[in-house]
Write a protein that binds this ligand. Structure first.
Ligand SMILES: NC(=O)c1ccc[n+]([C@@H]2O[C@H](COP(=O)([O-])OP(=O)(O)OC[C@H]3O[C@@H](n4cnc5c(N)ncnc54)[C@H](O)[C@@H]3O)[C@@H](O)[C@H]2O)c1
Ligand SMILES: [Zn+2]
Length: 360
């Protein structure tokens, strides 16, 4: 059932080949050969994903004539560091990889971000191939060319725009993804539905995709939604791309307040969406029944919509100060006037946010 949304328009100037389907992993060599007439490459993966999938990708690449250098880093966000970037580059230099080589990232968003950043800076930029292995990476982080690592002061503070040349989404890899990780991908999918696709929202209301084909369609649809938004504002400057941050201003603050341990990103975003909907009812006229439908849908996908009474809400407000959007006291906040539409509002105050967080 392999299908290519070949040459998806990723930005106004960039078309990346994108393959979505099943049983693609063993064919990675063949597809890569088609799109990248090069030989030497590094495969960057993490310590959870590599034992399950790296061998299949390596064998496929070798039999198609590639010379892959395997680099595995510890799983987890802590690996998304400048130190690790240096270590990966050193390994690539030692393996003799030059300007004619390329980098393959095999893993979730953490691997996609760091391998993409290495590709952006190695010999001033070499091609990047992504093989996302989490739902979140397939529908979100592998689209749009944002790459980078975390700094001690905060997440994703160091990075570069570098579009992948090829992305291969093999649905089969999702079978080994822990349930909680799978569910958090739905937070971004529901976000896409709220900001841009009322029809997809209704489809989601009838439950989780029942078959591989339905899941494939859903992933393709989300790739198109994000690509379309990114294409209008690839460098995140005009405000269009900011719509993708719906639920994220508060979500990021909750993530930080939980010391990045209490909630997965998608779970924090789910809570952020709930609070943002309360603000949208007040400031953008979101009908209360649509707000209730959104909360229902998040719950249906096993995502949190309430904070425990013990959770220190004060820390969420403190964490908001770290958000780049709050610089200079100006708040740019994404609201939804109805399901399927969003805009950047400038009439949302910190008090509105405090109130919405208090209700979680
Ligand atoms: N570049 C962007 O535009 C963008 C957008 C959203 C998120 N991100 C970044 O993405 C990262 C989060 O991505 P993520 O949620 O995929 O996290 P992740 O890459 O850390 O993966 C989550 C966990 O699942 C494991 N895993 C991955 N695939 C697996 C599989 N198929 N089977 C079993 N285990 C598997 C990983 O080893 C890890 O332990 C963050 O660093 C975030 O900043 C980037
Ligand atoms: Zn997100």
């Amino acid at each position: 059932m392999e299908r290519a949304i070949a040459l998806t328009k990723i930005t106004s100037w960039h078309f990346a080949a994108r393959l979505v389907g099943v049983r693609l992993l063993d064919q990675v060599g063949i597809y890569t050969r088609k799109y990248l007439p090069r030989q030497a490459c590094a495969i960057v993966s993490d310590s959870h994903v590599a034992p399950i999938y790296l061998d299949r990708v390596r064998i496929g690449l070798a039999s198609a004539g590639f010379r892959p250098t395997l680099i595995t880093i510890p799983a987890g966000e802590r690996s998304k560091s400048l130190w690790q970037v240096g270590a990966i580059c050193d390994r690539m230099i030692a393996a003799g990889l030059d300007r004619q080589s390329f980098v393959i990232g095999l893993g979730g968003g953490m691997i996609g971000d760091i391998s993409g950043f290495v590709a952006a800076i190695y010999h001033r930029g070499i091609p990047h191939v992504q093989i996302p292995t989490t739902l979140l990476a397939m529908v979100d982080s592998s689209i749009g060319g944002k790459t980078g690592v975390d700094a001690r002061a905060g997440k994703n503070l160091i990075g570069a725009f570098h579009q992948p040349s090829l992305v291969i989404d093999d649905l089969d890899v999702l079978k080994t993804l822990p349930r909680r990780q799978f569910n958090q991908g739905f937070a971004e999918i529901i976000k896409h539905a709220i900001i841009a696709d009322a029809k997809m929202f209704r489809t989601l209301q009838s439950g989780e995709p029942g078959s591989a084909r339905d899941l494939q369609r859903l992933i393709e649809r989300n790739i198109r939604i994000k690509s379309r938004i990114v294409a209008k504002d690839e460098r995140d400057r005009t405000g269009e791309r900011a719509l993708l941050n719906f639920g994220h201003t508060i979500g990021h603050a909750i993530e930080r307040a939980g010391n990045y341990r209490r909630f997965l990103h998608g779970e924090a975003v789910s809570l952020g969406i709930v609070a943002t909907c309360a603000i949208s009812v007040k400031k953008a006229g979101l009908p209360p029944d649509q707000r209730a439908a959104i909360v229902d849908l998040l719950e249906r996908f096993g995502l949190p919509t309430r904070l425990s009474p013990k959770f220190p809400r004060k820390n969420i407000l403190n964490a908001l100060k770290f958000d780049k959007k709050f610089e200079g006291g100006k708040v740019r906040f994404i609201v939804a006037p109805r399901i399927g539409s969003a805009y950047v509002a400038n009439n949302v105050t910190l008090d509105d946010i405090r109130e919405a967080v208090g209700q979680l």
